[in-house]
Each structure stands twice: as structure tokens, then as C-alpha cells.
Write a protein that binds this ligand. Structure first.
Ligand SMILES: Nc1ncnc2c1ncn2[C@@H]1O[C@H](COP(=O)(O)OP(=O)(O)O)[C@@H](O)[C@H]1O
Ligand SMILES: Nc1ccn([C@H]2C[C@H](O)[C@@H](COP(=O)(O)OP(=O)(O)O)O2)c(=O)n1
Length: 228
């Protein structure tokens, strides 16, 4: 069978919050020598800019009017992913509760999605060895011709436990409710909602360790590259 290792490989990893997309994508990219793009960080970055500039998050037309203004730059080294807005490092401020609670509203605005999706496609096209891109609509909308599409899932309980562990003892029930609310908003928006592509491989990570999920995805990429 022909070995396509010289061709850039494009991997799309989608799924709801806390399913392991970021940890898995970074590790798979590092292991296979690919670039890595966290598209959620880009939506968080544009949301951070809207908040910092006093834009009314309740008003989609106000968001749409300025969606083209901030310059968002993503560094795609899986060992050291970076994100800046107009030259400012925003890696920490995009993770605040305030940004997390507003990101679904901002990312539902079609002008925001058009702008960010275009940026994502140009980053993927520039990745010489290939790239692992993680998000919500990568397999369905941003990169529908990806070589491999993965859709990660996990029970709300497992996802909340993982997230509240990260947030140093945050209340698991409150974290669970916030996750469910954000997933519902992301899944029900009109423009490119969170969804599994028909040709995506679904991996339920509830009972798997992170190492098992990484191994599973690496194997799937290697099988693709080997032309299986
Ligand atoms: N299979 C797993 N088992 C246990 N913990 C996991 C697993 N996958 C990820 N985690 C942990 O859960 C948290 C959320 O993972 P993350 O990769 O950020 O998810 P997502 O990007 O889907 O929101 C992280 O602390 C991560 O280390
Ligand atoms: N491709 C994407 C990625 C993220 N988003 C939106 C919807 C998500 O709630 C937010 C934040 O995504 P992020 O992956 O950082 O979220 P979590 O790590 O799961 O907390 O961005 C999106 O609309 N489309």
C-alpha cells in the first residue's frame, strides 16, 4: 500500500467542553511532528477583545460591526501554543470566568465565525507537515476535507469532574451546569453549531485515560497515513 507520509495530514478534533480535545490534540501533534491549533482560544481571544473594548455582548449587530478589528495571531507549536490580540499575549486572560461566560454569545455571531474560520483555514493551509485542529465545527464546516475527523464525547459528570479539578476545587455541580448550558448554546446556534460530522470517528472518553485517548487517535492518524 502506498505510504502517504510525505503529504501534510489534516486532523480535525471536535466535541463538547471537557472531553479532552486540547490535551489530546496537543499530545498527538507533538508525537507526530504536526502543528496544533486551538480554535476555542481564538473565539476566547475575540471575546476578550470585545469585553476589553466595552462592546455590548447582548447586541449581535454591535459585535458584527467590529468583528474585523482585532488582529488575532495563533502560534501553532504544540509544545508552546501561543495567542495574541493586537500583539498582546492573552493566554491567561482568555481563561477567566467572564470570558468563558460570554464566549458562546460572541462566537454565535456569523461575522465573527466567518472571520475566524478564514483565519483557521489559512493557518491549516500553511502547516507544512500537517496540523491537528480542535474545536466545535472543524470537521463539519472549517475543514470538511480533513484527512481524519474525530468527535470526542464524555458524560457530563466526567467532564465536570475534569474541569473542576482544573479550576482547583470549583464546585462540581456548578461546573456541570455551566458546561451543559454552554454546550446547549454552542449546539443550537444557527451558524456552524457544535456537531459531529457524518464521517467523523466518535470516541467516548468517559472510561478512558488521557493516554488511551492519545494512543487511539495516534493509531487512527497512522492508519490514515498508511492508506488503510
Ligand atoms: N480521558 C481523560 N481522563 C481524565 N482526564 C482527562 C481526560 N482527557 C482530558 N482530561 C483532563 O480534563 C481536563 C479538560 O481537558 P481538555 O483537553 O482541556 O478538554 P477540552 O479541550 O475538550 O475542553 C484537563 O485537565 C485534562 O487533563
Ligand atoms: N471551533 C470552535 C471552537 C470554539 N467555539 C466557541 C464555543 C466554545 O464554548 C468556546 C470556547 O471553546 P474552548 O474550546 O476554549 O472551550 P473549553 O476548552 O471546552 O472550555 O468557543 C466555537 O464556537 N467554535
Amino acid at each position: 500500500m502506498e505510504n502517504g507520509a510525505a503529504q501534510p495530514v489534516i486532523v480535525a478534533i471536535d466535541g463538547p467542553s471537557g472531553t479532552g480535545k486540547s490535551s489530546t490534540s496537543k499530545a498527538v501533534a507533538a508525537q507526530l511532528g504536526l502543528s496544533y491549533l486551538d480554535t476555542g482560544a481564538q473565539y476566547r481571544a475575540i471575546t476578550w477583545w470585545m469585553v476589553a473594548n466595552g462592546i455590548d455582548i447582548e447586541d449581535p449587530s454591535a459585535i458584527a460591526a467590529v468583528a474585523g478589528k482585532p488582529e488575532i495571531v495563533s502560534g501553532t507549536d504544540p509544545e508552546n501554543p501561543t495567542i495574541t490580540v493586537d500583539g498582546t499575549d492573552v493566554a491567561a486572560p482568555i481563561r477567566t470566568q467572564e470570558v468563558t461566560s460570554k464566549v458562546s454569545a460572541v462566537s454565535a455571531v456569523p461575522e465573527v465565525r466567518a472571520r475566524i474560520s478564514e483565519l483557521q483555514r489559512s493557518i491549516a493551509a500553511a502547516a507544512e507537515a500537517g496540523i491537528v485542529v480542535e474545536g466545535r465545527d472543524i470537521g463539519t464546516t472549517v475543514l470538511p476535507d480533513a484527512d481524519l475527523k474525530i468527535f470526542l464525547t464524555a458524560s457530563p459528570e466526567a467532564r465536570a469532574a475534569r474541569r473542576s479539578g482544573e479550576l482547583k476545587g470549583a464546585d462540581v455541580n456548578a461546573t456541570r451546569e455551566a458546561l451543559i448550558k454552554r454546550d446547549a448554546a454552542d449546539s443550537s446556534r444557527k451558524t456552524s453549531p457544535l456537531a459531529k460530522a457524518d464521517d467523523a470517528v466518535e470516541v467516548d472518553t468517559t472510561e478512558l485515560t488521557l493516554a488511551q485517548v492519545i494512543e487511539c487517535v495516534v493509531t487512527l492518524v497512522e492508519e490514515k497515513r498508511a492508506g488503510k
